[in-house]
Design a protein around this ligand. Structure first.
Ligand code: FAD
Length: 474
C-alpha cells in the first residue's frame, strides 16, 4: 500500500534527477515529494570556491525541478530542527536522503535520524554517492583495504546496479512551504571578483556532466592512458566537479566506462575505471578511519617536524603561484582561475610544499579546501597525505618529485607553462592574463613583473627534506 503523506527529499551532495535512489524511492512512496536543501554548518564551513560552485549547482537543479513542476525549498539552520518543522507543517511522514561517509556528515545524519524517529517520522538513507558501500568491501582477513591495488582487484568485476532513470514526474505538494531565496544566501560572497573569471571554467549541472561523459567516453577514453599525465592536454574526463556535488553518479560513470572497455577502449578505459575506484578508496578510508581528514593517518608522523606557520614568505609564494618554480606556479594559477588543477600538477605542488618547503600538509589541504570547485572531503584528505607520505598506500617521503624534470617530461613544449604564466612572455596568453583579473589587488602582482627567483634551490630543498626524514624520531 502506498502512503500518500508527503516525503521530504533532503538534498545534499546528490544534485541530480537521474540515478538518484532516494528520489526514486520518494516518488515510489506515492505522495508528493518536497525537495529541500538546508544551509547548515557544513555548508557555512565550506571554502570560498566550493561554496560558490555549490550555489551554481543548486540553481541548476532548482531550474530542472521547476521544469517538472517541482522546486527546491531552501532553508537555513540545524537540519533536525528544520526537517521536523517542515514535516509538521506539510504533514510529511518520511524524510529520505543520500548517504554521506565523512565524519562530520555522519554525526549530523545520526542526530537527524534519531530526532525524526523520536517524532515517528520515517527516516531513510539511500545509496548513490559511491559504487560500493564501505562495509561491503573487505580483505580476506576481514577489515577494510588500506592498499589500493588489492581493493581494485576485489571490486573490478563486481556488479554495479544499472543507473536509474530520472522520474518522469516529481509530484508537488498542494502548497509549498516557505523558502529562503537562494540568491539571498550569497554563497559566492567570498569569491569576490574571482567568480567572474572562474565561471567560464565550470561545467555546471547534470546535463553538462552527461554531455562531457558522452564526449569523454566517445572520443578521449581510448587515449586516456597516454594523455592523462600531460596537464596541457584535455585528456581526462574533468568530471570531478560534477561527481563531488552529485550532478552525475559514479555508477553512471562506471557503466559508461565499462561500455567503452567492451567497445574496444582496452587498457585505457580500464585505467579510467581504476581512477573511479581511487575515489571509492578515499571514501572507504575516511569512513573507516575518519582521522584521515584532520590528522596524520600514520600517527607516528605527528612527531615529524612539519612547519605549520602559514605566514612564511615561501608559503605565501606557493599560494600565489610565485615560487619561481614554473610547474608549481602554473598549477597554482590554474587552480585559482579554474577552480581545478590537473592531477599530475596536484601531486607536484603537494610534494613541493610538504618536502621542498617542509610545510605541514594541512596548510596545503586548507588552501585547496578554499580554492577547488571540485573540492571533495575524502579525495583531498587522501591526496594530501598520499603526497606527504603520512597516508595509507602513500608515496614514501624520501621520493621527492623534481618539478623541473617533471615539467620537461610532462610539458615538453611548454604549453602548460605558457597557458598560466604571463611574466617574461612577450605575448602572454589570455588564460595567463586572466589570473591577474582573478587575484586580490593586495597580492600586488602584475603580468609585466619579472618572473620571480626560486624561493628555494631544488637540491637544497630536497636535501633539507631528506635530512629531516633521516633524523625523524620514528
Ligand atoms: P579523471 O582522470 O577523469 O578521473 C575520473 C574520476 O576519478 C575523477 O573525476 C575523480 O572522481 C576520480 N579520481 C581520479 N583520480 C583520483 C585520485 N587520485 N583520488 C581520488 N579520486 C580520483 N579529487 C577531487 O575530486 N577533489 C579533491 O579535492 C581532490 N584533491 C586532491 C588533492 C591532492 C593533493 C591530490 C594529489 C589529488 C586530489 N584529487 C582530488 C584527485 C585528483 O587529482 C582529481 O580527482 C582529478 O584531477 C580530477 O580530474 P578528472 O575529473 O579529469 O579525473
Amino acid at each position: 500500500m502506498t502512503d500518500t503523506t508527503p516525503t521530504i527529499l533532503w538534498l545534499r551532495r546528490d544534485l541530480r534527477l537521474s540515478d538518484h535512489p532516494a528520489l526514486t524511492a520518494a516518488v515510489e512512496r506515492g505522495g508528493p515529494v518536497i525537495p529541500v536543501f538546508i544551509r547548515d554548518k557544513l555548508v557555512d564551513d565550506l571554502g570560498a570556491a566550493p561554496k560558490w560552485r555549490l550555489g551554481l549547482s543548486l540553481a541548476d537543479l532548482d531550474k530542472r525541478l521547476r521544469d517538472k513542476g517541482s522546486r527546491i525549498v531552501f532553508r537555513s539552520g540545524k537540519p533536525a530542527d528544520i526537517l521536523l518543522d517542515l514535516a509538521r507543517k506539510t504533514g510529511a511522514g518520511a524524510v529520505y536522503w543520500s548517504r554521506a561517509y565523512d565524519p562530520d556528515a555522519i554525526e549530523r545524519d545520526k542526530a537527524v535520524k534519531a530526532s525524526l524517529k523520536d517524532a515517528d517520522i520515517e527516516a531513510e538513507s539511500h545509496t548513490g554517492h559511491l559504487l560500493f558501500e564501505p562495509w561491503t568491501v573487505e580483505t580476506k582477513a576481514g577489515g577494510f583495504y588500506k592498499v589500493y591495488t588489492p581493493m581494485w582487484r576485489a571490486v573490478r568485476d563486481r556488479e554495479v546496479d544499472a543507473p536509474l532513470s530520472a522520474p518522469s514526474k516529481v509530484p508537488p505538494p498542494e502548497s509549498w512551504p516557505d523558502s529562503d531565496a537562494l540568491e539571498d544566501w550569497k554563497l559566492g560572497a567570498a569569491m569576490d571578483r574571482g567568480a567572474e573569471v572562474c565561471l567560464p571554467h565550470q561545467r555546471v549541472g547534470e546535463e553538462a556532466a552527461h554531455g562531457r561523459l558522452g564526449w569523454f567516453t566517445g572520443h578521449a577514453i581510448g587515449e586516456y592512458k597516454n594523455t592523462r599525465d600531460f596537464p596541457a592536454e584535455d585528456g581526462t574526463s574533468g568530471l570531478s566537479e560534477n561527481l563531488t556535488y552529485g550532478e552525475i553518479s559514479p555508477a553512471q560513470c562506471w557503466h559508461a566506462g565499462r561500455r567503452a572497455l567492451h567497445d574496444g577502449g582496452g587498457k585505457s578505459a580500464e585505467t579510467w575505471l581504476q581512477e573511479l575506484v581511487w575515489r571509492e578508496f578515499a571514501y572507504h578510508l575516511i569512513y573507516h578511519t575518519p582521522r584521515i581528514k584532520d590528522g596524520n593517518w600514520r600517527e607516528e608522523w605527528d612527531a615529524f617536524p612539519w612547519n605549520e606557520d602559514e605566514r612564511r614568505a615561501e608559503v605565501k609564494a606557493w599560494k600565489q603561484g610565485r615560487t619561481g618554480e614554473p610547474f608549481v606556479d602554473a598549477a597554482m594559477r590554474e587552480m585559482y582561475v579554474t577552480g581545478k588543477m590537473h592531477n599530475r600538477a596536484r601531486m607536484i605542488v603537494a610534494s613541493y610544499l610538504t618536502k621542498h618547503l617542509m610545510t605541514h600538509w594541512k596548510v596545503g589541504q586548507a588552501w585547496f579546501d578554499d580554492c577547488l570547485t571540485d573540492w571533495d572531503v575524502a579525495s583531498n584528505a587522501m591526496g594530501w597525505q598520499w603526497a606527504a607520505g603520512s597516508g595509507p598506500d602513500a608515496t614514501p617521503y624520501f621520493r621527492v618529485f623534481n618539478p623541473e624534470t617533471q615539467l620537461d617530461k610532462f610539458d615538453p613544449d611548454g604549453a602548460y607553462r605558457r597557458r598560466w604564466i604571463a611574466e617574461a612572455q612577450s605575448r602572454p596568453t589570455k588564460t595567463a592574463l586572466s589570473y591577474f583579473e582573478a587575484i586580490p589587488r593586495s597580492w600586488t602582482m602584475q603580468p609585466d613583473d619579472e618572473y620571480p627567483e626560486r624561493v628555494i634551490g631544488l637540491s637544497e630543498g630536497r636535501q633539507r627534506a631528506l635530512d629531516a626524514y633521516e633524523a625523524r624520531p620514528f
